[in-house]
Each structure stands twice: as structure tokens, then as C-alpha cells.
Design a protein around this ligand. Sequence first.
Ligand code: GZL
Length: 320
Amino acid sequence: MRLTRRKIMGAAMAASIVASAPAFAAKPLTIGFSQVGAESEWRTANTASIKDAARKAGVNLKFADAQQRQENQVKAIRSFIAQRVDVIAFSPVVESGWDTVLREAKAAKIPVILSDRAVKVSDPSLYVTFIGSDFVEEGRRAARWLVEHAKKNPNRSYNIVELQGTVGSAPALDRKAGFAEVIAGNPKFKIIRSQTGDFTRAKGKEVMEAFLKSEGKNINVLYAHNDDMAIGAIQAIEEAGLKPGKDILVVSIDGVRGAFEAMLQGKLNVTVECNPLIGPQLIQLAQQVKAGKPVPKRVTVNEGVFPAEVAAKEFPNRKY
Ligand code: GZL
């Protein structure tokens, strides 16, 4: 085809108009995020990771703190639906009671991502993906450390008190199950008391005081579902005139700064890492979901186990 001079000029003109047109920036992604609360060091680090990742990615983040109440999360999700956000993400404070509000999000064609904690729903299509830890494995790792440690005292039996996380929450249910699975059938280990400390230092201390009052020197081990409750319980153990980490072994989960400080003081024996720094992966998942790209139904994070012997070496590397 002969390109006439006029056609070439026309094409050049069109190209220059497009090039000079203001670059219309794509509308930023808007994510509505409902956070459990601010109950622990872990949660604070998790919130910071999500907010920092959203800022760096230019995401418009609408953030709601539920103060550990499910009704506040339901309200926040409904508000995100009304505001027509692009993606809803949330860390469900408890596993059940989400079907209705997630059906409303589905009807509004707003995709939902689960962050940190899972839900039990009748229809798995009510959320697109989950990113977080394997809490059952975290419970197993805590128990495996104790079983290994106990080999040093073959004739000794261990009476364990357990501080559970928030009643009905995935981490509490799963960490309890994982720990119990590993000690099942082994007469050396017995859980003599188990009660929720709601993942907070204050409640952990209060419940440990009650355990000490009723069981006293009969207790050899504290298994706490998170470091904050363990740190509160350590105060109660000391106030009872006992040595945490020695008279009562302290086994915990999260790997927060406070746990490393307690290990350096000889008051906590091991913390099983639960990584809160999932902000960048969460934002990336939301961007993929919004772009209609396929994402895995479950994205888990890699985690370690930190006994007191490695605390001094590892502490400078900690990021939360
Ligand atoms: C675990 C997270 C738990 C932490 C607690 O992923 O949901 O909630 O272990 C926090 O510290 O309160």
C-alpha cells in the first residue's frame, strides 16, 4: 500500500496528540481493611506492616480497628461495601459468624481477602484467598520443643498450664490442637489447667495468678498461645516468688521483641515465630485480585523456632 504524504502527516499528528495528552493516572486501588484490634505486640507489628506496604504501593487504605469485637468488624465490612471499595481484607477475630456479611460483599461483587486468621464458612467462594500462618504447626512446634527439652530429665513428669488465645479464634483453636496432638498418649505431659487470656498481657497475668493460686508449685510448664500473655504470666510467676524459665518453663508463640528480651533475662525458654510482616504480600494479592489474575486459595508464610540459646544472636536481626 502506497502511503501518501498526507497519510504520513496525519499519523504523525495523531501520535503527537496522544503523546502530549496528560497521562491519566489509573485510579489508585482502594482497600478496606478491618483489623482485629491492638491487643498485642504482634498485632501492632502486623498493622504497621500493612499500612507501610499500602503507602509504598500508593494504595488508598481505609483502616478500621475493631477492638477485638466481631460486631465492629461486621459494621466495618458493611461500610466498605457501601463505599464501593475495590477489595475488602480483614483479620477475623473469631472463626465463625461471617456468612451473612460475606454474602453481602459477594452480592456487591467486592472480592474479600482473609489476612492472618481464617474463617469457617458454608461457601468457600465467599473469600478469594487467605494469607497467614499454619497455627496448628505452630502448636506442634511448641510441644516438640518441650518433648525434646524433657529428654534431659527422663524420670520427670510435666504438669502444664495453658493460656489460650481469644475464644473461638483460629490461632487459639489451632495452637491448642497442634500442641495436644504432639503430647497425646505421652504420660510425661499433662495439661492440668487451660483458660483463655485473650492474647493480652493483662489477662495473661490475671489468669496465671489464678493458676498459681489453685495449682502452686504443682506447675512445671506454662504454654502460652502468644508472647504477650506469656510476658504477663511471667510477672505473676515472679510475684508468686517463683523463677520463670526455671521453676516453671515458659513456652510461647509469636517471636516478638518482648519475648526475646524475656529470653535474654532467662525468664522465657522458647518462642515459636508467627510472622506478622505480611503487609507487602497482602497488598500484592489485592492488586492481583483486582486485576483479575488467579491467586492461590491459601498463601502461608515461613517461620522459625527461637529457643533462649539463640536469642542473643538472633535479637539484632528481628524486624518486629
Ligand atoms: C496470629 C495472630 C495472633 C497472635 C497474637 O496470627 O492472629 O493474634 O499470635 C495476636 O499475638 O493477638
